[in-house]
Ligand binder design. Structure first.
Ligand SMILES: Nc1ncnc2c1ncn2[C@@H]1O[C@H](COP(=O)(O)OP(=O)(O)O)[C@@H](O)[C@H]1O
Ligand SMILES: [Mg+2]
Length: 455
């Protein structure tokens, strides 16, 4: 029995790639996902007993793309699809399992699993935490290849970390962890199958707004600006020395630092409560959070106001005894147009807030100012690594398509909003750019700005 497949040149490079971590990335329609499926099939046939996991962020995406392609491509004579556990089982003992990781912590369902090869499709839809976690599931003592092979367009929640991990090197290189990585660029013109089947495809990509066009048509990793806080860094290497990262290891907040509690109310959508401290230099630390979500993206716990208030009071009685805390909240919780306001209900359980400043763009700029690193690599805002939801949702915020200066409020922006109210109560000045000249006084007493030219 024979199976004849034709692949593009780039797909061939992907099939041949033996580096520990491979990214085949670039323009949409380049044939990346197809390449992923073919590669998985070839591995399954070539290495009897090999275990592979193919991942997409959500199950519906998985079903309509990769599983569908596999069902039509994989020869029925050598494998069978088990619908209930989304897995192809081959006669030679190989297995290809399909999985997804909707929420940040869904990766823990793979806690006790072992794979030889893990494949991410649309890698930028995943977070760095998820990627690193799954990396640790690759093990075993058989002689099969041990690899992560990923495919992706630029853009998405993980754009920044994927770019930093893979882009900017020629060929295979050895990363800091001693493992080999390679990036294979994809362009839509690589894929003659698509060009022949759908000649208007490129025309349609050309009509996209500029940023998306650059990402999807040219596969450009530099120009994607969709991510609002692309400067946010979660660098594990800096957790202890606090250099080059916004996420750090927790420590005990000194009792004399000023403390704040900020609040964004939500019922069907998550609510966000954050505890902040400010050190002697005015640096802010998000040291605790209470995030009211079910664990599903942007789905709230549906707690009553009293429940939220009591939980805040319990936490503070236990951990903040004797501390004075300034509460700052979304000004809309003082709204009385539908009866008793949320703020009044909270006061009844002993939780007090002052109205925050909801100037959206000013608040956004405050966050940009604070995220900026100084010459030594220290920012003005840190987040304890335990504040998982803040760390998950902030990098996922994207710009609004219609008001390109502001955040798209369809995203999971509750932690961001709570953060803004806190920041607006403690504003800092933008870092001044370094002066590149000086004043001189001329004989007529006019001030003249003299520009220092580089020597
Ligand atoms: N080697 C190939 N042979 C036949 N069809 C292909 C091949 N490579 C890609 N295609 C088809 O081209 C289209 C785009 O490919 P896809 O893998 O979805 O691109 P990408 O994941 O890069 O966006 C799909 O319809 C796919 O089935
Ligand atoms: Mg694809």
């Amino acid at each position: 029995m024979e199976l004849t497949l034709t692949v593009t040149k780039k797909q061939k490079s992907f099939l041949d790639a033996t580096a520990d971590e491979v990214l085949y990335g670039g323009a949409a329609g380049g044939g990346k996902s197809f390449g992923q499926v073919v590669d998985a099939l070839l591995y399954a046939l070539k290495y009897p007993g090999i275990r592979q996991l193919i991942l997409r962020r959500t199950f519906p995406e998985l079903k309509r793309s990769l599983i569908l392609t596999s069902l039509s491509l994989f020869p029925k004579s050598c494998c069978r699809y088990q619908t209930a556990n989304h897995r192809f089982v081959f006669l030679n003992g190989s297995e290809i399992e399909f999985g997804y990781c909707d929420s940040e912590n869904d990766v823990t369902q793979y806690q006790s699993a072992e794979y030889d090869v893990i494949r991410f499709d649309e890698l930028t839809h995943f977070t760095e935490f998820q990627y690193r976690y799954l990396l640790s599931r690759i093990r075993g003592v058989n002689g099969h290849p041990k690899q992560v092979k990923s495919t992706s367009n630029p853009g998405g929640v993980g754009h920044q970390w994927v770019k930093e991990r893979f882009i900017g090197h020629e060929g295979v290189w050895t990363a800091e962890d001693g493992r080999g990585r390679v990036f294979i660029p994809a362009t839509v013109r690589d894929n003659r199958f698509l060009m022949e089947a759908d000649p208007t495809y490129i025309k349609r990509l050309e009509q996209l707004p500029d940023q998306e066009k650059r990402a999807l048509l040219y596969g450009d990793w530099d120009l994607f600006e969709g991510q609002a806080f692309a400067e946010f860094r979660n660098l594990r290497e800096g957790y202890e020395n606090r250099i080059g990262t916004h996420v750090i290891a927790p420590f005990a907040i000194p009792p004399h630092w000023r403390r704040f509690r900020s609040f964004d109310f939500g019922y069907a959508k998550p609510f966000a409560v954050q505890w902040w401290a400010i050190d002697e230099d005015g640096r802010a630390y998000l040291y605790r959070q209470l995030y009211g979500s079910t664990g599903k993206p942007n789905e709230g716990l549906r707690w009553t106001v009293q429940q939220i208030g009591r939980e805040i009071a319990t936490i503070e009685a236990r951990y903040e005894a004797g501390q004075s805390i300034t509460g700052i909240a979304d000004p809309s919780i003082w709204d009385t147009s539908r009866g008793e306001s949320v703020a009044e209900m909270l006061e009844k359980v002993g939780v007090y807030f002052e109205p925050g400043d909801n100037a959206r763009l000013a608040g956004k700029m405050q966050l940009h100012y604070r995220l900026q690193f100084d010459e030594s690599g220290f920012p003005m805002l840190y987040v304890f690594e335990t504040c998982r939801d803040f760390i998950r949702t902030l990098p996922a915020l994207i710009y609004d398509k219609h008001r390109p200066e502001d955040i798209d409020t369809n995203g999971e922006d509750h932690d961001y909003d709570a953060c803004r109210y806190f920041l607006m109560a403690n504003p800092i000045a933008a870092k001044r750019p370094k002066p590149c000249g000086h004043f001189e006084t001329d004989p007529l007493d006019r001030k003249v700005w003299v520009i220092d030219l580089p020597k």
